[in-house]
Design a protein around this ligand. Structure first.
Ligand code: AP5
Ligand code: ZN
Length: 214
């Protein structure tokens, strides 16, 4: 399947992605994760992206379209994919359509993680991440077995630099202004499925599975 996950920061995209991936064996491309890896490695791309990311603003369309274009060439992405955090502007959505048109394929479903802004600050400020696996925890909603430590590897967990209440405000602003129109773009194509993203993670997974089995 060819899937897109859209939702505001903290809506649960990264939490549901690995579950979908394990079940459908797709390629999982998360532009935020790819950009953070580039920033950590201080690549030219990372150096260009860092300032916008730290402020909670979007990185330029050209940069993200470039990384997606490159990543989609992987053989594992030919039969299907999950895009988490892309497209995030209408321009990015149009570019993706151009890429897919060339292959004669289409997006099957856009999962819209619909949720009220008021819930997101607690989710974002309580998040802890295991960087190498992408496993995500939450101090209250999904605590690790031992505080600050990954359940599987025992390695330390980290917090994201942009996971503060102040930066969240800009990220939400970018979401409403630049990304909400992308949901309309796909609604017109009739491929959007709305999820109740405020429910507990397992219940959201059930909703996702229902949509994907259709
Ligand atoms: P990105 O990494 O994509 O961040 P984001 O969109 O802000 O989304 P998050 O990763 O914060 O949220 P999530 O939905 O994955 O939440 P999660 O599942 O972890 O982007 C970061 C930056 O990169 C952007 O600001 C921008 O600068 C740049 N960028 C990326 N893509 C770009 C693009 N295409 N164009 C331009 N710039 C781009 O959950 C959050 C927490 O809540 C966790 O602790 C989790 O355990 C908990 N949780 C999850 N689900 C539930 C639940 N159902 N109930 C209770 N708790 C839950
Ligand atoms: Zn994420």
């Amino acid at each position: 399947k060819r899937l897109i996950l859209i939702g505001p920061p903290g809506s649960g995209k990264g939490t549901q992605s690995p579950i979908i991936k394990d079940e459908y064996c797709l390629c999982h491309l998360a532009t935020g994760d790819m950009l953070r890896a580039a920033v950590a490695a201080k690549t030219p791309l990372g150096i260009k992206a860092k300032e916008a990311m730290d402020k909670g603003e979007l990185v330029s369309d050209d940069l993200v379209v470039g990384i997606i274009d490159e990543a989609m060439k992987k053989p594992s992405c030919q039969k299907g994919f999950i895009l988490d955090g892309f497209p995030r502007t209408v321009v990015q959505a149009q570019k993706l359509d151009e890429m897919l048109d060339k292959q004669g394929v289409k997006v099957d479903k856009v999962l819209n993680f619909a949720i009220d802004d008021a819930i997101l600050e607690e989710r974002i400020t309580g998040r802890w991440i295991h960087p190498s696996s992408g496993r995500t925890y939450h101090t209250k909603f999904a605590p690790p077995k031992a505080p600050g430590v990954d359940d599987v590897t025992g390695e330390p967990l980290i917090q994201r630099k942009d996971d503060t209440a102040a930066v969240l405000k800009s990220r939400l602003d970018a979401f409403h202004k630049q990304t909400a129109p992308v949901i309309d773009y796909y609604s017109k194509k009739g491929v959007v499925a709305n999820l109740h993203a405020e429910k507990p993670p397992k219940e959201v997974t059930v909703e996702v599975e229902k949509v994907l089995s259709q």
